[in-house]
Design a protein around this ligand. Structure first.
Ligand SMILES: *[C@@H]1O[C@H](CO)[C@@H](O)[C@H](O)[C@H]1NC(C)=O
Ligand SMILES: *[C@@H]1O[C@H](CO)[C@@H](O)[C@H](O)[C@H]1NC(C)=O
Ligand SMILES: *[C@@H]1O[C@H](CO)[C@@H](O)[C@H](O)[C@H]1NC(C)=O
Ligand SMILES: *[C@@H]1O[C@H](CO)[C@@H](O)[C@H](O)[C@H]1NC(C)=O
Ligand SMILES: *[C@@H]1O[C@H](CO)[C@@H](O)[C@H](O)[C@H]1NC(C)=O
Ligand SMILES: *[C@@H]1O[C@H](CO)[C@@H](O)[C@H](O)[C@H]1NC(C)=O
Length: 487
């Protein structure tokens, strides 16, 4: 299946000239060693220093815990923060590990045959404070297990590879969650908070205990080329959740999950309102999503710090519940405004358009019933959908209508056995043009001359101009005396 392609904004694209070169030799004990590694990769910054996990006692047998090896490696490499930065190379192997923390001016690189296996031992996971903009953990009140790969207060951090794998081994967490046996909120796979200049790219993430990638309170974030897979029945395995982040670009991702493929957030009710940190300047392009019970892109439901200037284009949705969905509630406050969606192809959908003003789900009973969300200037254009159960369910809030909704150039082919009204709109205002089947009365058709009227900005946001460099890694492997001396 081919995604529609559109001309790119001006941006430097890293094109790899060479592929990985790994010289493998077999030693007397029959084990394989890789004395030289040399390859190129794409990143926002290249690094002057590097080390391999095996230099720090890492064992890739899938059984030995590498938590200490990761900690030792990154503690050692942190000394190069102000001296050209560093990279930790994870070679082929199965590397069982508990949570570890990243550092600044640092790259974690996973070889294509490297698999990080998340420990299933709860003791390997520190419990940290709930997010201030949420006031509590999502699974349980109080603390939350730290993410497998965690970073806070960093600048210039890259997690990448040539499609190496991070396996969250989520099954046991999902079971405990379903049985209500968890004392704390489940861990995510990657969480980066209070940071800037972040890149997460070219990885395969499977079976996360909960959300996969969570950049929060951060800016200048690039998420690229991720393949994210979880059973469609797994609980809360959202793909990528930009949360109170500014200047974010998510592109070329393929996500199959048990919850929203992308969920844009900014805090929960009174906690999100008082924290007051919006998500804005977000570009999402060339996303393929399969999410039978959730949205391709959800805006909310936690949106109390506000969501503004989201641009989504070239999206392919297959067998998903809804497209770009707004989820909010009385008590959320905040806003969702200036949302632009262009170029979506959808196959087998429950709803093409869905907005929900009564999502409920409050952190506690202290939310302010007068805190009404403002939903305004929401644009959808150039959409083709087939095998659809309902075209739209657009449900604003009584006394707080969702306004400025524009839908143009949309063709929806309903599934053969649909009986219901294709459009159901309450408490919304806007207009439409060139939409089949004919929208509800709240979205009057302005006529064919308005078919291209729904806005999509022509300027670019700053993250689109960030240069991705071609970096090279070449290192004599095995015992590196310089490194060993420091252990
Ligand atoms: C990582 O940082 C968090 C927050 O500062 C801390 O609670 C945790 O113990 C650290 N983890 C490790 C393995 O050092
Ligand atoms: C990061 O910085 C924030 C805000 O300055 C601070 O509240 C928090 O304790 C720091 N977190 C860590 C893990 O260093
Ligand atoms: C990584 O996977 C993506 C998606 O399957 C693919 O397009 C890309 O070429 C792969 N990259 C490498 C370096 O193998
Ligand atoms: C309508 O959308 C289709 C893609 O679905 C696109 O090819 C076409 O150019 C659009 N028409 C206008 C007038 O923008
Ligand atoms: C259409 O959607 C239904 C579910 O609503 C699904 O069972 C069926 O396989 C789909 N048909 C096609 C041709 O994709
Ligand atoms: C339309 O949506 C409203 C509000 O969610 C609901 O009460 C009503 O039953 C729906 N109407 C139809 C015909 O489905």
């Amino acid at each position: 299946m081919e995604l529609p392609r559109k001309p790119q904004a001006i941006q430097a694209i890293c094109v790899l000239a060479a592929t990985i070169l790994l010289l493998r030799i077999e030693s007397v004990d029959g084990r394989h060693h890789y004395p030289w590694e040399s390859f190129e990769y794409c990143a926002i910054s290249c690094r002057a220093h590097s080390a391999s996990l095996t230099d720090f006692g890492g064992v890739g047998d899938g059984v030995t815990s590498n938590t200490k090896a990761f900690k030792a490696a990154i503690d050692y490499l942190a000394q190069f923060e102000e001296d050209g930065g560093s990279m930790l190379f994870v070679p082929p192997g199965k590397w069982l590990t508990g949570s570890f923390n990243l550092t600044s001016h640092f790259t974690l690189y996973l070889h294509k045959d490297a698999v990080l296996l998340a420990s299933q031992d709860e003791n390997e996971w520190a419990v940290i404070e709930p997010l201030p903009s949420y006031g509590r953990g999502r699974d349980a009140s109080g603390g939350r297990y730290i993410s497998l790969i965690f970073g806070a207060n960093l600048t210039d951090v890259v997690v990448t590879g040539d499609n190496g794998t991070i396996d969250g081994q989520g099954e046991s967490w999902w079971k405990k969650f379903r049985k209500g046996e968890l004392q704390f909120t489940r861990p995510y796979l990657i969480e980066i908070m209070y940071s800037e200049n972040v890149q997460i790219s070219n990885l395969v993430l499977v079976n996360s205990p909960s959300w996969n990638v969570h950049p929060v309170y951060s800016s200048n974030v690039i998420v690229q080329g991720l393949t994210i897979l979880a059973p469609v029945t797994s609980p809360n395995t959202d793909g990528i959740n930009p949360d109170s982040c500014t200047n974010t670009r998510i592109e070329d991702c393929y996500i199959v999950s048990g919850d929203d493929c992308i969920a844009v957030k900014s805090g929960w009710d009174e906690y999100g309102i008082s924290f007051g940190m919006p998500t804005r300047q977000l570009v999402i392009r060339r996303l393929t999503c399969i999410s039978p019970d959730s949205a391709v892109i959800a805006l909310g439901s936690e949106m109390s710090g506000g969501i503004q200037d989201v641009r989504a284009e070239d999206i392919l949705a297959i067998n998903s519940e809804s497209g770009v969905r707004i989820k909010t509630s009385i008590g959320r406050g905040g806003y969702v405004k200036d949302i632009y969606v262009r170029g979506m192809t959808m196959k087998t959908m429950k709803w093409v358009f869905w907005m929900t003003g009564n999502y409920g789900s409050h952190p506690d009973n202290n939310y302010d019933p007068k805190a009404l969300p403002v939903i305004n200037n929401i644009n959808y254009r150039d959409i083709i959908a087939e095998n659809v159960t309902m075209a739209a369910k657009l449900e604003g809030i009584q006394g707080d209508p969702f306004t400025g909704i524009c839908i143009s150039n949309v063709t929806i082919e309903l599934a053969k056995n649909t009986k219901k009204l294709p459009w159901n709109c309450t408490n919304i205002e806007g207009f439409s043009s060139g939409v089949v089947p004919q929208p509800c009365g709240a979205l009057p058709d302005k006529g064919p001359e308005y078919i291209a009227a729904c806005n999509f900005p022509t300027d670019s946001i700053p993250i689109d101009n960030v240069e991705i460099k071609t970096c090279s890694y070449r290192r004599k492997h095995l015992l590196n005396n310089h490194v060993m001396k420091h252990l």
